[in-house]
Design a protein around this ligand. Structure first.
Ligand code: ZN
Length: 418
């Protein structure tokens, strides 16, 4: 087992650990650990809410989810010799869950959760249809996830970090703040908001103290959006065996990561989101000096996805086009078309006896494939969502002679009104 350079005790809050990580992006958050190019190491990660979500049958904790405190990230890891313009190679060697009730990572004994935020607390991709808060608990049996809240469905998870990235330079951070603040100004009272401005409340900034802490808390970027440094990209295919190349913006690169997922569908449409878990990653880092210029890599990560995927090869897929619920035509809007494809799939699954929220939770967490099937045929974008057929314990296909199997409902998905 590689040396654990960032051990976390799951019985303690994130701010009481040996190494205190961070939950904002800023170039002045000091590195916690230094690693050398070529070095292999392990790091623990808390799930993104630092233990606020419980393994029970109430969604009140999701309704009241402390969003100002996310994401709790392990790091920063300073990589010796890294300079702006380099590419940081990160190999994900292993990633697994731990028992969040217990101390230390214990492979294969964990559980995880998926939430849908209430409309007033961030919402989700289909927040018009699901304005309340919901929660589903998943049990991990090796690599397979099952839930007492969703009958007759199980699947192989594809573990990945939802969030990983390098620290921004001061110049890049200023660009983020400028453009996101300008967006918010176009509709400042929107619910949910258009973006999240810097927020000193609940900021965790590693070992920073005093006046430096106050300044960085005011300036630092929130971790919710993916940006040029990688960040919260929620790419489900960053499984073990993946190699990611991050642009380096500051001396030492200052790599950080967290928000581990047991499994997720493309788009993380439920927003809270995937199957969220605590756990660990084994990583190897290396450098390509001057790699950004050498390979024409823009300010955004490139990657080679992992080799460890579930063996799903048969799908049922749903399509949608860019027309909204009021019948208005939109121009090549793939986001809207994907919403329609997802709503389409939910309607279909409900014919098999699932509730709408059970179907939504399946689409957010099972290894479904979302695709931009057409983006040029004016005026309609066509987006599609592919669901693996064998995740269901019954035949999900339409047939001319049979009728839809009806799942046997047990415990419903916990809901907490907005
Ligand atoms: Zn997540």
């Amino acid at each position: 087992m590689p040396k654990n350079l960032f051990p976390l005790d799951n019985s303690k809050k994130f701010t009481n650990q040996k190494h205190v990580g961070h939950n904002r992006w800023h170039p002045d958050i000091p590195a916690n650990v230094t690693v050398k190019p070529g070095e292999v190491f392990r790091a623990d990660c808390r799930e993104w809410f630092d233990g606020a979500i419980k393994n029970d049958d109430s969604a009140d904790d999701i309704r009241n989810a402390p969003l100002a405190g996310v994401h709790v990230l392990s790091g920063p890891f300073r990589v010796e010799g890294a300079e702006p313009g380099d590419l940081l190679i990160v190999d994900i060697l292993e990633i697994d869950s731990c028992d969040q009730e217990d101390s230390g990572p214990i492979s294969g004994m964990g559980w995880g959760y998926t939430g849908v935020f209430a409309n007033k607390n961030g919402g989700g991709f289909l927040t018009e249809r699901f304005p309340d808060a919901y929660k589903v608990i998943w049990d991990f049996n090796g690599d397979v996830a099952t839930s007492r809240h969703i009958p007759e469905c199980s699947y192989v998870g594809i573990h990945h970090p939802g969030l990983m990235g390098t620290a921004p330079s001061a110049e890049l951070l200023a660009r983020w703040t400028k453009r996101e603040t300008a967006l918010i100004a176009t509709d400042p009272y929107r619910v949910p908001p258009l973006a999240l401005p810097p927020l000193p409340d609940s900021a965790i900034l590693g070992s920073l103290k005093g006046a430096d802490f106050e300044r960085v808390a005011r300036e630092a970027a929130r971790t919710a959006p993916p940006r040029e440094n990688g960040g919260n990209q929620d790419i489900k295919n960053l499984t073990a065996g993946s190699r990611v190349f991050y642009p380096v913006f500051v001396s030492g690169a200052n790599l950080s990561f967290g928000d581990l997922h047991f499994s997720q569908g493309d788009g993380e449409i439920t927003f809270c989101g995937a199957i969220e878990m605590g756990g660990f990653m084994d990583l190897r880092v290396d450098l390509i000096k001057g790699g950004m210029e050498k390979y024409g890599v823009r300010e955004n990560a490139i990657f080679m996805p992992g080799l460890r995927d579930p063996q799903y090869s048969e799908w049922i897929a749903f399509s949608g086009v860019s027309v909204d619920s009021k019948g208005k035509q939109h121009y090549l809007d793939s986001w809207l078309a994907y919403q329609n494809a997802c709503n389409h799939a939910i309607d279909y699954l409900m014919k098999f006896g699932y509730t709408d929220i059970q179907a939504y939770m399946i689409l957010g967490t099972a290894p479904v494939e979302g695709r931009l099937s057409g983006v040029v045929d004016i005026p309609n974008a066509c987006s599609t969502i592919y669901i693996p057929r064998s995740i269901f314990d019954f035949d999900i296909r339409p047939s001319a002679t049979g009728k839809p199997h009806q799942v046997k409902q047990g415990m419903q998905v916990p809901r907490s009104a907005n």
